[in-house]
Every structure is written in C-alpha cells, then in structure tokens.
Write a protein that binds this ligand. Structure first.
Ligand code: PMP
Length: 415
C-alpha cells in the first residue's frame, strides 16, 4: 500500500487566530486515513502507462485520462525536449506581453485547422480556459445556462462572470427549454455551456436537442470537450463531429491534459469572438503562458492524433471489451457511452473500500464520491487507453470480479 499524506500537526499560527478553526474541524480526510480508506493523492513512481508503479508494485492503470496512450510516446517526449533546448523551461510572462512564442501561434493555427474553425487560443490549463472565457463573455444582464453536472471550472467561470447562473437537470433539454423560456423577457444575452462528455460517468450531452433549444431562443452555445477531443467523431474532433453538427456550436473548449498528452487548454470559434477573448480573458492575460515543453508536446500529439486514427479505433475496442466485461458482472456502468466507464457502487465507503482492495490486487482505479457525484452514486471511475492490452483488461476484470464479490456487488455465477 502506498504512503498516505501525514496528518497535519497543529501550528502556532493556527492557534493564534480563530480563522483557521474550520480547517481543524474538518476531519473528513483524517477519518478516512484512520479507517484505511484514504484513496487520494497516491504517489505514482512511473509514467501514465497502461501499467504503472505505485508503492514499488506494478499495477494496471485504469485511472488515467491518457486516452490515446501518448503521454509516454517517444515522439512526443522528444518534441518536448527539443523545445526545452531551444526555448528553455518557461516563458517568464503572460501571452499578452512577453510570453507568446512562435510555438504557441503554430499550435493555435494547427488546432484551428484540425477543428475546422476560424481561430484558436491556447491557455496554460483547461481550467483557465473555462474560467477566463465564460467570465469575460457573460456580462451584466446576461444569463448562463449550465448542466447540473458540468465540470467545476465551468461553474467557477460562470460564478466569476457578472451574469446570472441557471442550472438545468442533467442532460434534460426540457428543463433547459423551460428555464430559458421563463427568463426570456428580461435577458440580454444567453449562453448555454455543457460538457460534451461528462467526466465522471462518461455520458454524452444530447447536443442536437441542446443546439435546437439554443437556436429557438437565440442563445449561444459552448461545449467543453475535454474528454471528447481525440476520442469522439471519426477524426477525433469531439462531440460536435460525433453528432455531425460542428457548425452549430459557437465555441468548443479542449484540454491538452488528456488525449493530447500534455498540459494546457484551448478554445476555438469565430475570429472576432476569439480575438475578444484574447484581449479580455483574465486567466490568459494575467497568467504565465504555457511552457514551451507543454506546447511542443501538444503539437506532437496533434500530429499523431491526425496520422494514426488506428489509436482511436483501438481505444474504442478496449472500451467495448471492458464496459461489456463490467456489465456482464452485473455492475452498473450508468449512462457511459465513452472510454470513461464508471462502476456505480452506491455509498462512499463501499467505493473507497473497493478502490483500496483493487490497489492490493494491483489495479488502480479512481474513487469518486459526494460531492463529486450526487448522493448514493459513489463510483469507481475507470478509463481506457488505446495502449491497454486485452490481457491487461482481462486481469483487471478478474480483480474487479473478486473485489465485487467481497462487497456483495457481484454475485457468484448461478446464484
Ligand atoms: N473540463 C473537464 C470536463 C475536465 O474534466 C477537466 C479536467 N479534469 C477540465 C475541464 C480542466 O482541464 P485541465 O486539466 O486542462 O485544467
């Protein structure tokens, strides 16, 4: 078992002011540590490959967003190293002032043409894309409509804006329509923002219906395709391509931290809109530019994404094999339609127990519980890579079956 983070000692500064009392009162993490059910911040001693090293042991990795298996690809690594040799390790400033490299511009041009959009803009993280873009576009008198299960950075971006937030029930376009029509008279502008692929349960937003409602009320649309880019659509252009309605979505956000084997994020859309964001998104203007190594890695990953579509095919073969394996054990994979495949196990402690036990069985999966998911829907979040072998996935399924039986979620055959 890997080391767990040490319990914090009381410090003088904590005692000197009542301000920090809430930190000492919040004992949730400490209680989980004591119960041996703490499954976060585990220290991995290797790359994000289909097998990793944790606590000195090799185990199958089912908790990484390295969908195309490129984070440890030699071509991507060499591109990163070459960029460090040429540009150094950082940009020492924001894109706005001294931090824009020819590499960033090349990456933006390549992303815009890959996504078949006018223009692209890259940020240091995907989180910063959503914060900066939503906050600068949604102004006073505007309303922003969010799916209840939208990613935290969409919600935070909306909170930072001067507009009003409305949340509609998960993937429920009737609720979206009801909320927009209730607001219709008083609203200046409307923006609907959804995840293309929801990151916890791997279900896909009903984009055709969302776009139809948005069009009816002249609302703009933005899709966060962090888990869709490289994965969905014949060419990996994401949820829009999957549904054949790329031209209908106004803005698409993506991240480099998943299929694209790096860190950073982008937004694509029409030139005037992207230029407005370039000059108004505070997370772009007041934060350092993506480091050269990261930009170069994303560029190299994009090359491979375009030239090796077989990786995506393999990812989907693995997804089908694994998801069917889980379902045949009687596990609840929720609405998953993508390489993010949960096993919904119910309460928090069952989820944590299973994650710990699976680690002992040399399988790494992620634990997601409330408030990350609605109460009673604690889950093991698993995700596939193109580079998993069938043998690795079969071994993982065997371990999941064993642990599932121990907690009574998987019944013995014939019972
Ligand atoms: N959107 C979604 C749906 C995500 O899952 C994530 C990352 N977990 C982000 C945005 C943020 O991206 P990044 O990791 O590049 O900050």
């Amino acid at each position: 078992m890997s080391k767990v983070a040490p319990v914090r000692a009381k410090t003088n500064s904590m005692r000197a002011s009542s301000f920090f009392e809430k930190c000492e009162r919040d004992t949730r993490a400490e209680r989980a540590r004591q119960a041996g059910l703490y499954v976060f911040f585990r220290e991995i001693q290797s790359a994000q490959d289909p097998e990793i090293t944790l606590g000195g042991r090799r185990m199958i990795m089912l908790g990484s967003n390295n969908y195309l298996g490129l984070t440890n690809d030699n071509r991507v690594k060499e591109a990163s190293v070459a960029a460090i040799r040429k540009y150094g390790t950082g940009c020492a400033g924001s894109r706005w002032l001294n931090g824009t490299l020819d590499l960033h511009v090349e990456l933006e041009e390549r992303i815009a043409s890959f996504m078949r959009r006018d223009a692209a803009l890259t940020f240091a993280t995907g989180f910063q894309v959503n914060l900066g873009v939503i906050a600068c576009l949604v102004g006073k008198g505007d309303k922003v409509y969010l799916d209840r299960q939208d990613h935290a950075c969409i919600i935070d971006g909306a909170r930072l804006s001067f507009g009003e937030i409305r949340k509609f029930r998960h993937n429920d376009t009737d609720d979206l329509r009801r909320q927009i029509s209730n607001d219709a008279a008083t609203t200046k502008g409307r923006l609907v923002v959804v995840d293309g692929v929801f990151s916890m349960e791997g279900d896909i937003a009903p984009l055709p219906e969302i776009v139809a409602v948005a069009r009816e009320f002249e609302a703009a649309t933005m899709v966060d395709d962090a888990h869709g880019i490289g994965v969905l659509g014949e060419n990996g252009r994401g949820t829009g391509e999957h549904f054949g309605l790329e031209d209908e979505v106004d803005l698409v956000m993506g991240t480099f931290s998943k299929s694209m084997a790096s860190v950073g994020g982008f937004i694509v859309g029409d030139s005037p809109v992207i230029d407005y964001i370039r000059h108004n998104a505070r997370t772009l203007i007041f934060s350092a530019a993506p480091p050269p190594a990261s930009a170069a890695a994303a560029l190299a990953a994009l090359d491979i994404m375009e030239s090796e579509p077989e990786r995506r095919e393999r990812l989907w073969e693995n997804t089908r094999f694994f998801a069917e394996g889980l379902r045949s054990l009687g596990l609840d994979t929720g609405g998953s339609q993508t390489p993010v495949v949960p096993a919904i196990v119910g309460d928090n402690s069952t989820a944590a127990t299973m994650v710990r036990r699976l680690q002992e069985e040399d399988v790494f999966v992620n634990c997601v519980y409330t408030p990350g998911v609605p109460p009673g829907r604690a889950l093991l979040r698993m995700s596939l890579m193109a580079t998993h072998t069938t043998a690795q996935l079969s071994r993982a399924l065997d371990a999941i079956e064993k642990v599932g039986r121990e907690v009574g979620l998987v019944r013995a055959v014939g019972v």
